[in-house]
Design a protein around this ligand. Structure first.
Ligand SMILES: NC(=O)c1ccc[n+]([C@@H]2O[C@H](COP(=O)([O-])OP(=O)(O)OC[C@H]3O[C@@H](n4cnc5c(N)ncnc54)[C@H](O)[C@@H]3O)[C@@H](O)[C@H]2O)c1
Ligand SMILES: O=c1ccn([C@@H]2O[C@H](COP(=O)(O)OP(=O)(O)O[C@H]3O[C@H](CO)[C@@H](O)[C@H](O)[C@H]3O)[C@@H](O)[C@H]2O)c(=O)[nH]1
Length: 455
């Protein structure tokens, strides 16, 4: 199938690259010429595992990038909208969606063949049918359901694992205004055999996406609140959650006797809060939408509020340890909102770094991938080191803000130091018995345990 994708961010580019890899002919459209040039020269504009290899296998034969939206739509059977949908402080901001829809509609005005326009961006329920569809009709002078189809196909990929998630989806949700709109999307996913496909209405598809993100965000805030309370009670929340997680409803046992994801506390481990471009804005957007409908979402309001406070747990632990923060040297390890990405949007590390600077701390930042993205938004007073050893040298305290695997080397590194800094783990990445001076989210500050002697 010939596909045009409007917006080549995390979702648009990964979808385009993977669909091209599956055999479709894809044109990626963006207004950002830097991205277009990079894609056409097979260089990924974002850090995402496997993306460079996929681009190398499809550009230019099956994937190309362009700024010419009308030409891309005219040459395609299906157009996907994958532009940003930020939260503007009071509601979802549909400016980019509306603009893209208008441009697509104008292109459809001169197109003879039947075409399907699919919203892939995350939009509040009702948007596809009550905002996008009327714009397409007005701009094209044509009728939805007759001259063209309209669909909604939410994306569930996770940054850092985006290619793997897109290639092996847990499910594909296809909403459409009619059978023709759904059938064409189903054809798009025909090279993904065996995947569960949910055929539904656009509004249901939109709500599946919000419900999925809201549930995951709720699990995290729930675990973080349990973590804070457990620590205050004097028990380790990780042990609490392991005990809870062994319930077969959370980690089922397969017919071969193996547990699904044995030992994985997926979305049930305490930490320093969720960030990224999705959970924070999607939770706020659906709360605002609920309010508009006269349906307050009190549980999600609490989820957002617990999350807003959670990074301050890292500061509290530091303050509990040092009488005065001013003049301390603190290594903040991890700037990305999660490992595997260079994305620092809404990263708890950024909030914590800003607070530390306000309190007069000398911050040394470190991130294996997101250094320049963090540098671009943090004040110049933050010094960044290129390697982990340099970042922690002479520090009074270390804060783990992102669960980068390479930080697992810290216990060995600290064991070699004469006066190692206190390690404060915001992601429960390090074994609590591997470091003598160790504090962590969900772990009591004064506790009985058997520390290992430094080597
Ligand atoms: N990032 C994720 O992991 C993820 C996962 C699932 C769903 N989503 C949703 O997908 C949507 C896109 O997210 P993203 O992270 O890929 O966004 P992004 O900000 O990384 O990319 C959006 C792109 O759209 C381009 N753009 C804006 N208006 C345009 C126009 N009129 N024509 C052409 N290009 C235009 C921008 O230049 C930008 O490159 C959002 O609704 C988001 O909530 C994101
Ligand atoms: O147990 C956990 C798991 C995650 N997080 C944090 O939650 C945030 C989001 O993590 P993750 O879900 O791994 O990454 P995203 O790329 O934001 O993906 C989420 O948001 C996407 C955009 O909507 C959806 O497509 C995905 O399904 C959904 O997982 C990050 O800050 C993580 O550190 C925790 O604090 N604890």
């Amino acid at each position: 199938m010939r596909v045009a994708i409007i917006g080549t961010g995390y979702v648009g580019l990964v979808s385009g690259a993977c669909l091209a890899h599956k055999g479709h002919i894809v044109q990626c459209v963006d207004i950002d010429h830097r991205k277009i040039d990079m894609i056409n020269s097979r260089r990924p504009p974002i850090h995402e595992a496997g993306l460079e290899d996929v681009l190398a296998s499809v550009v230019p034969e099956r994937l190309s990038a362009t700024a010419d939206l009308a030409a891309a739509v005219n040459g395609a059977d299906l157009t996907m909208i994958a532009v940003g949908t930020p939260f503007n402080g009071s509601e979802i901001d549909l400016t980019y969606i509306e603009k893209a829809a208008w441009q697509i509609g104008e292109a459809l005005a001169t197109k003879d063949e039947y075409h399907v326009v699919v919203v892939k961006s995350t939009v509040v329920p009702g948007t596809t049918e009550t905002v996008v569809l009327p714009i397409l009709e007005r701009a094209s002078g044509k009728k939805a359901g007759i001259d063209f189809g309209v669909g909604m196909n939410p994306e569930f990929l996770k940054e850092g694992e985006a290619i793997a998630d897109f290639m092996n989806p847990d499910r594909v949700v296809i909403g459409g205004i009619d059978d023709a709109s759904i059938d064409r999307q189903a054809e798009l996913y025909s090279p993904f055999p065996g995947v569960d496909i949910v055929r539904t209405t656009p509004s249901t598809a939109e709500m599946v996406k919000y419900t999925s993100n809201a549930l995951l965000a709720t699990l995290i805030s729930f675990s973080n609140e349990i973590g804070n309370t457990s620590a205050a009670l004097g028990v380790d929340a990780m042990e609490v959650m392991k005990g809870v997680h062994l319930d077969k409803r959370f980690s089922p046992i397969l017919p071969d006797g193996q547990r699904v994801r044995p030992g994985m506390l997926s979305y049930l481990a305490p930490g320093c809060g969720f960030g990224g471009s999705c959970f924070p804005k999607d939770v706020k957007s659906i709360i605002a939408h609920g309010q508009r409908l006269g349906q307050p979402m009190r549980l999600l309001e609490a989820v957002a509020s617990v999350n807003a406070d959670q990074p301050s747990q890292m500061i509290n632990m530091l303050e509990g340890r040092f009488r005065e923060l001013r003049g301390l040297k603190v290594a903040v390890l991890g700037m990305a909102f999660k490992p595997g990405t260079d994305d620092v949007r809404e990263s708890p590390a950024i909030a914590v770094t800003r607070t530390l600077i306000d309190k007069g701390v000398q911050v040394v930042g470190y991130d294996p991938i997101a250094r320049s993205a963090a540098q671009a938004i943090l004040p110049e007073v933050v010094e960044f080191e290129e390697n982990l050893a340099a970042a922690v040298a002479d520090a009074d305290a270390i804060l783990i803000m992102t669960a980068w695997a390479e930080l697992r080397a810290l216990p060995a590194m600290l064991a070699d130091m004469d006066t190692p800094p206190v390690l404060i783990d915001g992601r429960r990445l390090i074994d609590k018995s591997a470091v003598r001076d160790y504090l962590a989210i969900g772990l009591p500050t004064t506790r009985e345990f058997s520390p290992v002697e430094p080597a």
